[in-house]
Design a protein around this ligand. Structure first.
Ligand SMILES: Cc1ncc(C[n+]2csc(CCOP(=O)(O)OP(=O)(O)O)c2C)c(N)n1
Ligand SMILES: [Mg+2]
Length: 777
């Protein structure tokens, strides 16, 4: 298509996208009944600054294989574009931010219009594109991607204030180490954040930082109108004036309009005849249009910039834009959540040439004929294959994973040995597992797996130590075939890398089984990224070890207390804390399968470095099912027993010892070992909800925890013990109204050995026996 014709159509669509985004928000706030008095909100100004860039990208530049993270508060622009493509309904736009309608921020799981990456917590979507590009290379270099799939660009549309989030810089460094490619970050440089105008000095440094890590910078500063005036006599003074203009003054003048610009230019540049001529030739409206003609809001300039890049070098486009461009509050520092008033909207609508009742019409008010616009949309490269979400078959998991048989072992050692045994197999399972860790690969027991399966890198890298025959337990060769992605110490990066790996089936058409390891306390460091990964329904396994105060001598800073509560509270994440290695093998097997199920979840295994004597036992299928369901009777109680000890994880030996001593006084007391209060609790609540619907069938619909506790007497006492916050187990008393004495950790720990610490924090056998005495007194 002739480029002038394309430009005309794109300018029309840009107007429409701006209109629809503003109208969608206006409709939600002013034209829908409001039942609770709460502000509905939406960001008309934030949408406006990106309308040009997104129109150019989606209707002309992007290809089906490209994947995009859209700045969260530009969600209405995204939905408007999908509406024009025919992938979003008018009904859902009318219900923007209402139940079942288009989401406030683009959501992979809640929106129906082909969202690639969810966004919302600023900064995380941006980093997601970087880690997705690593996944793209990972599956491409191993020939796991479907044959013939072209390489896509991973694109982030970034608010300029998002760059204050440190996770972006953590990701940039990691990306440099991994030689990331095919990455485009388009910064909506409107020089405004939520609270105000961004510091002028900050952005001077941003470009340098990108260049430092090997990125290309493409700056889109002035639009074509301004460039034309700059080329005239004295034009360079105008350029210099704008270059020197502080962000806050420029924003204020944008808001004031033509008269304001005239006054300022007359004051500062009146001595130049060329500038006087420009002022004479432009009335106030034209002068305003000229002075606000920044490249990020100039279609031709935007197209030129995107089309100037044709290699795979990661590229940062710094697009100068105006927040609220084209709207009455353009440039105003308080416009972030500003909404047009009814009068302003009426004026805007008139300016757009839209008649009453035509607000949702796709082509109303545009200069080009509807048929031409339809045809243009139909041939947009991005839309040529319709929706772009991929699928991939599940990977079969063998009926049992290898089970180490050591008489004494920690769950962390067991984990390392199980993976090492899988690494030695030539199987689909061993090929699909990909591991990653933030510089704790060796100390979380992944070393043996990496020795066998290698580090992932774009190119073959030598193992210098090996070549020089320096003895080391770690034989790590970096190759494109490697299956471990080694990260620097940044837990944010770990979780975003896992988020990207765990969506490979839906983004790149091939399934991976990602396993990430870290120290349990540092889950908190990456918690928002973990939440973000789960929010997108990404599927992976995290193995967190060591945990609790049981890592003893390593001290308080590394002791995790509340992570079991995170395991229970985090949606989309099913958590387990096994005590013994045979339990672990069963749970890893279950986890690898469960994380591939449509209604499954990611898995969190909280492991320990404490070496425990392993029970000599052969578990029956029913016992294995109980371990997966969340718990089993290690020592069964007698019918109507009055006391039971409930233990989880590394403190189970103390519970066993305490149990042996109390059965003398309380014959028939039981010892219940839990593997997942998370699962037991969830199934208990689900059973209660279902019961409401099928009343009268209590017994058959009893949940696992109700069945587990049913042999005990009605007013039996439970003593719960775990290495973590006791709240994770104390809810057990509500299941049948039985009194609980919970033991666990409530304050920061300190260095010590296990006997000292367990005594000090009341986790030892004596404390458990004491708690039993208190429970029954
Ligand atoms: C992690 C996080 N903190 C705070 C917010 C609230 N918030 C939403 S948008 C925004 C400012 C964004 O400014 P910018 O990125 O420049 O976007 P603009 O609206 O100017 O395009 C803030 C602080 C958020 N969404 N996420
Ligand atoms: Mg901004």
């Amino acid at each position: 298509m002739a480029s002038l014709q394309r430009l005309k159509l794109l300018r029309d669509l840009e107007r429409k996208v701006l209109w629809l985004s503003a109208w969608t928000i206006h409709h939600a706030n002013h034209l829908r009944p409001n039942r609770d008095g709460l502000k509905v909100g939406g960001h008309q100004a934030s949408c406006a600054s990106l309308a040009t860039v997104m129109t150019a990208l989606y209707f002309s530049v992007l290809k089906p294989e490209d994947r995009v993270a859209v700045k969260p508060h530009a969600s209405p622009v995204f939905h408007a574009i999908q509406y024009l493509f025919g992938h979003q309904s008018r009904d859902k736009l009318e219900r923007f931010r209402a139940l079942g309608g288009a989401q406030s921020y683009p959501s992979r799981t809640k929106d129906s219009d082909d969202v690639d990456f969810s966004t919302g917590s600023v900064g995380l979507g941006v980093a997601m594109t970087l880690f997705a590009s690593i996944v793209q290379d990972y599956v491409r270099l191993k020939a796991l991607a479907p044959e013939g799939r072209p390489i896509g660009r991973m694109v982030a549309l970034v608010g300029d204030a998002e760059l204050d989030e440190g996770n972006i810089f953590e990701a940039l460094l990691e990306g440099w180490k991994h030689d990331v490619r095919n990455l485009w970050w388009v910064i909506d440089y409107n020089r405004q954040s939520l609270d105000g105008v961004v510091d002028d000095r900050l952005f001077g440094r941003i470009g340098e930082m990108f260049e430092l890590v090997g990125w290309r910078i493409v700056t889109l500063k002035y639009g074509k109108l301004l460039e034309t005036q700059f080329a005239l006599p004295d034009g360079e003074h105008l350029r210099q004036w704008i270059d020197d203009c502080p962000n806050s003054l420029y924003s204020a003048l944008v808001y004031k309009g033509g008269a304001g610009w005239r006054e300022a230019l007359n004051r500062d540049l009146n001595q130049y005849p060329g500038i006087r001529r420009i002022l004479e030739q432009h009335d106030d409206a034209a002068l305003h249009a000229l002075m606000t003609n920044l490249a990020g809001n100039d279609m031709q300039a935007v197209l030129d910039a995107f089309e100037s890049v044709d290699d795979d070098t990661p590229t940062c486009f710094i697009a100068y834009t105006i927040k609220g461009q084209g709207l009455p509050f353009a440039g105003h520092k308080d416009n972030h959540s500003g909404l047009m008033t009814l009068e302003q909207m009426a004026g805007f609508k008139q300016g757009m040439g839209i008649a009453d009742g035509q607000e949702w019409e796709k082509f109303a008010g545009l200069a080009s004929p509807a048929a031409e616009l339809e045809a243009f949309l139909a041939q947009a490269p991005f839309n040529s294959e319709g929706r772009r979400r991929t699928e991939a078959p599940t990977i079969a998991i063998p009926a049992a994973l290898p089970r180490p048989t050591d008489k004494k072992a920690s769950t962390q050692e067991g984990f390392g040995k199980i993976l090492n045994a899988i690494a030695g197999e030539d199987s689909e399972l061993s090929r699909r597992i990909v591991t990653t860790s933030p510089d704790v690969t060796v100390s979380t027991n992944l070393g043996a797996w990496v020795n066998r399966r290698g580090l992932f890198g774009h190119t073959e890298a030598a193992d210098v130590f090996r070549e020089l025959k320096v003895v080391s337990a770690q034989l790590w060769r970096k190759t494109p075939r490697g299956q471990h992605i080694e990260l620097g110490i940044a837990e944010n990066n770990l979780f975003i890398q896992l988020a990207a790996l765990g969506l490979s089936h839906e983004i790149f058409g091939t399934r991976l089984l990602p396993i990430g390891t870290l120290y349990d306390p540092f889950i908190a460091r990456g918690l928002d990224a973990l939440n973000y990964a789960c929010y997108q329904d990404s599927r992976f396994m995290i193995v967190a070890t060591p945990a609790g105060i049981t890592l003893a001598p390593e001290g308080g800073a590394h002791q995790s207390i509340h992570t079991p509560l995170i395991g229970i509270g985090q949606a989309g994440l099913l958590s387990y804390e096994p005590a013994f290695v045979d339990e672990l093998a069963i749970l890893m097997r279950f986890g690898l399968e469960h994380m591939q199920q449509p209604d499954g979840a990611s898995i969190y295994l909280r492991l320990s470095t404490r070496s425990l004597a392993q029970p000599e036992r052969t578990l029956s299928p029913a016992q294995e099912a109980d371990i997966v369901a969340g718990g089993y009777w290690y020592a069964a109680p007698e019918a109507n027993a009055d006391v039971a000890i409930v233990a989880m994880g590394a403190v189970t030996p103390e519970a066993i010892a305490a149990h042996e001593s109390i059965v003398r006084d309380f014959a028939g007391a039981g010892l219940l070992v839990l593997t997942s209060p998370d699962r037991l609790h969830a199934d208990w609540l689900a059973a209660q909800r279902n019961r409401g619907r099928t009343s009268g069938r209590v017994e058959r619909s009893a949940s696992p925890v109700e069945r587990l506790l049913s042999p005990l007497s009605r007013d039996a006492r439970l003593v719960t013990v775990m290495d973590g916050h006791p709240l994770a187990l104390s809810w057990l008393g509500s299941v049948r109204g039985q009194r609980v004495v919970p033991l666990g950790i409530e304050s920061f720990g300190q260095s010590g050995d296990i006997p000292d610490l367990y005594r000090t924090y009341r986790l030892d056998a004596a404390a458990i026996v004491d708690a039993v005495a208190r429970a029954v007194s």
